[in-house]
Design a binder for this molecule. Structure first.
Ligand SMILES: [Mn+2]
Length: 294
């Protein structure tokens, strides 16, 4: 019911801004910060690999893109909207900037910190920094990460749930997370199951002196795998490779600050030096790792 009323408001307000943001905690906090500054909007949750396709659905007067890096293809697609503001903190390759796109890029810990700065709205950037660098210390960051992980695990109407969460955060501030006790509790029940699965399924490889942890499992949050593997007897790992058969994507992390971005780039992926992702098979990624040191 709420979904349909949401749709009505879109048609009655054609000039409403469009936002495309990353379907993760940082992306949610970017959107919440935006809505605090500018009010309601039409939002799409996307990811680096599907951004260009997401943008084919949008021709807006005002489009904002948060927390996803661009390629020449996605930039060309975005420029079909009238005016675009693109705010991101990932490492970009060379792209040509069309006249109607404003890039606001930086190397902050979270994209939310850049969005906060751009709109002059403060409040969520410390929590976003904690989650996006996998350095969660505050209970607020811990709870928010669990709420987002809960919805990502459910998959059903993920975008709508993340939109509602962003809106609640914009309206109530971070105390909005207190209304998600059930989701947090349900997610917490699964954590030890995920952790046990990580330790049981991980395969350790030694490739040209690099310690590589290989995981092929669906539905395990990457941060859980990364954090649990610190306890593994072969830890720390230079490269943690988490493959999803459904998406055909590999997420790369590191315990040793090994530059995993260079690996993702080989396959047209991207991200940060210590957290990146790309579409690739495990076999091809292991080959790339072995070639890197020859
Ligand atoms: Mn981010």
């Amino acid at each position: 019911m709420e979904e349909s009323s949401n749709r009505i408001s879109i048609h009655s307000a054609p000039k409403m801004a469009y936002v495309v943001t990353h379907a993760d905690s940082d992306g949610v906090l970017c959107l919440a910060t935006f809505m605090r500054a500018r009010g309601n909007c039409r939002a799409y949750f996307s990811s680096p690999s599907i951004l260009a396709y997401t943008l084919t659905k949008i021709k807006a007067k005002n489009l904002y893109i948060f927390d996803i890096s661009g390629t020449n293809r996605s930039v060309a697609e975005a420029s079909k909207s009238e005016r675009v503001v693109w705010i991101d903190h990932h490492i970009w390759g060379a792209v040509r900037r069309p006249d109607n796109i404003e890039f606001y890029l930086g190397s902050t810990k979270s994209a939310c910190r850049l969005v906060s700065k751009y709109f002059g709205i403060t409040g969520f950037e410390n929590i976003a920094d904690e989650i996006d660098t996998n350095n969660v210390v505050s209970p607020e960051a811990d709870k928010l990460r669990k709420i987002v992980a809960y919805y990502k695990g459910k998959k059903q109407s993920l975008s709508f749930k993340l939109f509602q969460l962003s809106k609640a955060l914009a309206e109530k501030g971070i105390t909005a997370i207190d209304d998600y006790k059930r989701e947090i509790a349900e997610y917490e029940k699964k954590i030890s199951f995920f952790e046990e699965l990580v330790m049981r399924k991980v395969k350790v490889r030694n490739i040209s002196g690099l310690k590589v942890a290989v995981l092929q499992t669906e539905g395990i949050p990457v941060y859980i795998a990364t954090n649990k593997l610190i306890e593994h007897r072969d830890a720390p790992f230079d490269i943690i490779l988490v493959y999803s058969r459904i998406s055909g994507r590999i997420e790369l992390r590191t315990h040793t600050r090994f530059n995993v971005l260079q690996l993702a780039k080989i396959f047209g992926g991207g991200g940060h030096k210590v957290a990146s992702g790309a579409k690739a098979s495990i076999e091809d990624m292991l080959t790339a790792i072995s070639l890197m040191r020859t």
